[in-house]
Design a protein around this ligand. Structure first.
Ligand code: FAD
Length: 288
């Protein structure tokens, strides 16, 4: 089902993102995770996408398995930086033939292997260019990324919001946020977005912290703030993986419950392919 129809017919719900396994060996584990989580009746399941040839194949392979083995609505993430229109065209046709009806249109990050890579010289400069390209196929509903704390390359959160609005106005049906751990960033963003005339659903992206040290590094790279209270409570359990995971679950539950109390009807989870963690969260988080 396309996002625009899902969000017309469902007044609340969750979605989750999975990443493609490294090889065919991960197929069963991935399918078990998705089937397990499908009990929570997700709005859609999305599959992340790495830039570069080999990882594209893995995204396609994962979508193929999910299409064959489930009837869930699927979304593929798709990055455009460094890609040609011809290569995007063949990928989109492949998504179409697999029955994938939704695309998360992303610019992506310049390849680290090419230090002087200039995204502005490519055929696609920004996610907005990809939204415009995908839109013309009519076969897809489109999502875009949004950044409550601002994208790390942006000169200001005001400019970032202006660009976010441009890509939504180009043809996106929903936006999904970068992870955040302090809901105030999301509420402020929602408020600013509304004032700017953005009316599509903005799904908060929730990332459970299962490994705090890794998350600190990742959050720094994404310019995401981890509140001091979380860091302080994680400190004593940094070398106790299961205790740390349980605390991460507790924080994610608290975050979701606060979002729901504040009127949020849809939540997107970065599942990291972790069925147990997602189950622990979703079995507690309830609407109403
Ligand atoms: P854009 O919206 O194009 O923005 C990129 C930067 O350019 C921003 O700083 C923006 O403010 C600026 N900008 C935009 N338009 C203009 C303009 N007209 N003039 C000047 N500046 C402008 N990455 C992956 O590789 N694979 C994934 O699967 C993936 N999934 C993601 C899922 C979500 C929900 C999110 C939030 C991010 C994901 N990413 C993924 C990361 C994403 O690719 C990076 O954050 C990337 O750096 C920006 O992509 P974008 O689509 O937000 O870019």
């Amino acid at each position: 089902m396309k996002l625009r129809d899902i969000f017309k017919t469902r007044s609340q719900g969750i979605s989750f993102e999975v990443f493609p396994p490294k090889s065919e060996d991960g197929k069963d584990a991935l399918l078990n995770t998705v089937k397990d989580l499908s009990g929570f009746d997700p709005l859609y399941v999305s599959v992340s996408y790495g830039a570069g040839g080999t990882t594209q194949e893995r995204t396609l392979m994962t979508l193929r398995w999910l299409r064959q083995e489930t009837s869930l609505s699927l979304m593929s993430h798709l990055t455009c930086v460094g890609s040609s229109r011809a290569s995007m065209d063949s990928l989109l046709r492949e998504f179409q033939s697999l029955g994938v009806e939704n695309i998360l249109a992303l610019r992506g990050d310049p390849p680290k292997s090419i230090p002087d890579f200039d995204p502005l010289k490519g055929e696609f400069k920004y996610a907005r260019d990809l939204v415009e390209f995908v839109r013309d196929y009519k076969a897809f509903s489109i999502a875009v990324a949004a950044y409550p704390e601002g994208h790390r390359e942006s000169p200001s959160i005001e400019k970032d919001l202006e660009y976010t609005k441009q890509k939504i106005d180009a043809g996106a049906d929903i936006a999904i946020t970068q992870m955040f751990f302090d809901n105030r960033y999301y509420y402020e963003f929602r408020e600013r977005a509304s004032r700017a005339g953005i009316s599509v659903p903005i799904l908060p992206g929730i990332m459970p912290i299962v490994d705090c040290r890794k998350m600190v590094t990742f959050a720094e790279a994404c310019s995401t703030t981890i509140p001091q209270e979380i860091l302080d409570r994680m400190e004593p359990v940094l070398d106790l993986p299961e205790e740390m995971r349980k605390l991460g679950v507790e924080f994610a539950i608290r975050q979701c419950q606060d979002l729901i109390r504040n009127g949020v009807r849809y939540i997107h989870f970065y599942s990291m392919n972790r069925a147990e963690t997602m189950r622990d969260i979703l079995s507690v988080v309830r609407y109403n």
